[in-house]
Design a binder for this molecule. Structure first.
Ligand SMILES: [Zn+2]
Length: 201
C-alpha cells in the first residue's frame, strides 16, 4: 500500500455506505484531502450533529429535530387526513409531489412473513389509538405495491374496520406492481394519490 493507513481507513468507511464502491470511496478521500481544513471540519461536524440531534418524531415517526417533525409542526396541514407509509423515504417521495397536505404515520417496516416480521413489530396498535384520539377522517394506506406492502395494507384495513368514523383508502396502482414508492416519478405518485380507492375488507 503506497498510501497512509488513515487514507485506507477513511476509504473503507465510505465504501461501507450504500451505493459507494471501493473506487468511488477512494475518489471521495482524494477529493476531501484536497479541500481546505475548515470545509472538511464543517462536514465532520455536520455529520456528528445530525446523528446527535435527529431522532424520530414522537407523533408520526418521521425524522425530527426536537419532539415533532416539520410536517407535524406545520399548522396548515389537514390533521384529519393520515397517510400510512412503510419508511421515511416514502414520506419524502410523497412530500416531493406537493400534492398531499395531511399528516403521516411511518411504520418503519412492513409485515414480512419470510423475515418473520409481524404486526406487533410495526406498532399498529399505536396507529389505531392515534386515529381514535385525533378523530382522523381518512387514512390513506400508501404501503408499497408488492406482496409485503399488500398484506400490510390489508391488515391495517381490517384493524381500522372497527373504527366507524374513518374512511380507509389505498393509493391507486399507477405505480408499477412490485416496485417502490420512492422510485415512482412525481406525476405517477400524484396520480396514485388522487385516484386512491376505498379498501374493501
Ligand atoms: Zn411528525
Amino acid at each position: 500500500m503506497f498510501l497512509p493507513r488513515r487514507f485506507a481507513e477513511l476509504s473503507a468507511q465510505f465504501a461501507s455506505l450504500p451505493g459507494i464502491g471501493p473506487k468511488a470511496a477512494d475518489r471521495l478521500v482524494f477529493y476531501l484531502l484536497d479541500q481546505p481544513d475548515d470545509q472538511v471540519q464543517a462536514l465532520a461536524e455536520s455529520l456528528v450533529a445530525a446523528k446527535r440531534e435527529i431522532a424520530f418524531c414522537r407523533r408520526c415517526g418521521n425524522f425530527a429535530q426536537g419532539d415533532l417533525c416539520e410536517v407535524c409542526r406545520d399548522t396548515s396541514r389537514d390533521v384529519k387526513l393520515l397517510c400510512v407509509v412503510e419508511e421515511i423515504r416514502d414520506l419524502a417521495a410523497i412530500e416531493k409531489t406537493g400534492a398531499y397536505r395531511g399528516l403521516y404515520h411511518v411504520l418503519h417496516g412492513r409485515i414480512d412473513p419470510i423475515s418473520r416480521v409481524g404486526p406487533a413489530e410495526l406498532q399498529l396498535e399505536r396507529l389505531a389509538e392515534r386515529i381514535s384520539r385525533d378523530q382522523v377522517g381518512e387514512v390513506i394506506i400508501a404501503t408499497n405495491p408488492n406482496f409485503n406492502g399488500d398484506i400490510t395494507a390489508m391488515y391495517i384495513a381490517k384493524l381500522l374496520a372497527g373504527l366507524p368514523q374513518v374512511r380507509v383508502t389505498r393509493i391507486a396502482t399507477g405505480i408499477p406492481k412490485g416496485s417502490d414508492l420512492e422510485f415512482a416519478d412525481i406525476f405517477t405518485l400524484t396520480q396514485a394519490l388522487e385516484k386512491r380507492t376505498d379498501v374493501q375488507v
